[in-house]
Design a binder for this molecule. Sequence first.
Ligand SMILES: Nc1ncnc2c1ncn2[C@@H]1O[C@H](COP(=O)(O)OP(=O)(O)OP(=O)(O)O)[C@@H](O)[C@H]1O
Ligand SMILES: [Mg+2]
Length: 247
Amino acid sequence: MGIVTVITSGKGGAGKSTVTAGLGCALARLGKNVVLLDGDAGLRSLDLMLGISDRAVFDMSDIFEGNCEPIRAIYPSPACEGVSVVPAPVSLDRMCSPDDMRRLCGGFARYYDHVLIDCPAGIGGGFECAVAGASRALVVTTPDMVCARDAQIVGNLLESRKIPARLIINRLRPAPVLAGKMPDVDEIIDISGLQLMGIIPEDEEVAIANANGNPLPTRSNAAVCFVNIARRYLGEYVPIAKLEKMY
Ligand SMILES: Nc1ncnc2c1ncn2[C@@H]1O[C@H](COP(=O)(O)OP(=O)(O)OP(=O)(O)O)[C@@H](O)[C@H]1O
Ligand SMILES: [Mg+2]
């Protein structure tokens, strides 16, 4: 059976969709068969990031409503071989129930090594639905106090649902951290109360790729960090890079 992981954050804009796409592509580069479920009903992103938006006719809600065979709502990404995407429903009122999501994830886990769910921001109904079928979680935070505290709140919610969670610090800028002008990695870990899985630096290649719907260049800083996170996720020992080497 494959592993079902929800990527969440609490606070909006921390980089959940970026991490879902980046980690998915990294796992595929390591030979894994990956499907990404966009759980952000009404505000979908993965279809654009993975280059399938012009072909996406069906979405997750069509599977639940029986409008199509599940296979017709799964779109292989031309941008990243080995990664497929199930787009989110186009409107919020077509979002699934947690039970639907549990069934869907169970089904996908039979055919894919990894099922990654891109969670919407917040801790309301969309969150409940996105986490329903997950057996693991990655909580994304940016290196600021508010986002890290939201990560802690989300971490507690996941713990109460017995879903083990690890932390990803996204958009880290080493220079202000090293100059003592921003909280350092240890402070963010302390506030979030979660064990660190990896760090993604602020990287303009991410912004450029996302803005144009292109895959992240494989030699970019962020893509290398995603591969390191993927290898850690698969159980390999990969040390966290020193801040100075992230530029
Ligand atoms: N490491 C990074 N370096 C540079 N830009 C980044 C990085 N990570 C994310 N971004 C940018 O930050 C913005 C928000 O990222 P993203 O959409 O992944 O966040 P999100 O948590 O999914 O947001 P939402 O809560 O709205 O779903 C995007 O414009 C993205 O390009
Ligand atoms: Mg998103």
